[in-house]
Design a protein around this ligand. Structure first.
Ligand SMILES: C[S@@+](CC[C@H](N)C(=O)[O-])C[C@H]1O[C@@H](n2cnc3c(N)ncnc32)[C@H](O)[C@@H]1O
Length: 197
């Protein structure tokens, strides 16, 4: 039996994120999640907002572990996880209105972020929303000393990884036809950012 991975961060941020999703999501909407990780958010949010349909996705190497968690949890409105690498895979054939991703922007790098926005525009239903949770800098300034230190750690561990600047990401999003970048400050110096298209 595979040992199930557990993300303490996903456990800590699930309720603050749920409070926003509960207000933002209509009860019949379908959410495509990019980089579902341990599947904790998929199961938690789908149980708490039962009308929605949640499509988890992961990179090929992480997919089997995620599929096994989702199968064990038996949450009726969570679909079987799909492979999705925003840079290369075919996107799921799904009529999703919403895209959600948590703590991926500072991992994947700006080119993959651009791929996410392009993939969303090309593959999801029109007039949707993209929800992004994670750390951002604003106008080149870190929002805390902790984020500045975290950014250094990210940069030294992987050349693609760093805390992204909200306005730099918003420029890419705007070029690709997204609008209305708004954000809510979240615990531990994270933001919950919404783009629409
Ligand atoms: C820090 S983890 C966050 C996982 C989960 N969202 C959470 O909040 O616990 C970053 C996730 O991004 C995924 N990821 C990395 N590169 C990716 C890519 N190119 N396309 C899609 N997902 C990617 C990883 O597999 C990993 O699950």
């Amino acid at each position: 039996m595979m040992t199930r991975a557990f993300s303490p961060a996903a456990d800590r941020n699930k309720d603050p994120i749920l409070r926003i999703l509960s207000k933002e999501l209509r009860s019949d909407e379908t959410v495509l999640e990019i980089g579902s990780g341990t599947g904790q958010h998929a199961c938690y949010f789908a149980r708490k907002i039962p009308g929605i349909t949640w499509q988890p996705t992961e990179l090929k190497d992480n997919l089997a572990a995620l599929q096994s968690v989702i199968a064990e949890e038996h949450v009726e409105n969570v679909l079987d996880p799909f492979e999705l690498d925003v840079n290369s895979s075919a996107w799921p054939d799904i009529d999703a209105d919403i895209c959600y991703t948590c703590n991926t922007f500072h991992i994947v790098g700006i080119e993959s972020i651009e791929s996410m926005f392009k993939g969303i525009k090309q593959n999801l239903a029109s007039n949707g929303k993209f929800f992004v949770y994670g750390p951002f800098s604003i106008n080149g300034q870190h929002t805390s000393q902790g984020n500045a230190r975290f950014d250094q750690q990210l940069r030294s561990s992987n050349p693609h990884s760093s805390i992204q600047d909200l306005h730099a990401v918003d420029s890419i999003a705007t070029e690709l036809g997204f609008f209305t970048c708004r954000y809510t400050e979240m615990p531990a110096n994270n933001l919950f950012v919404t783009w629409e298209w």
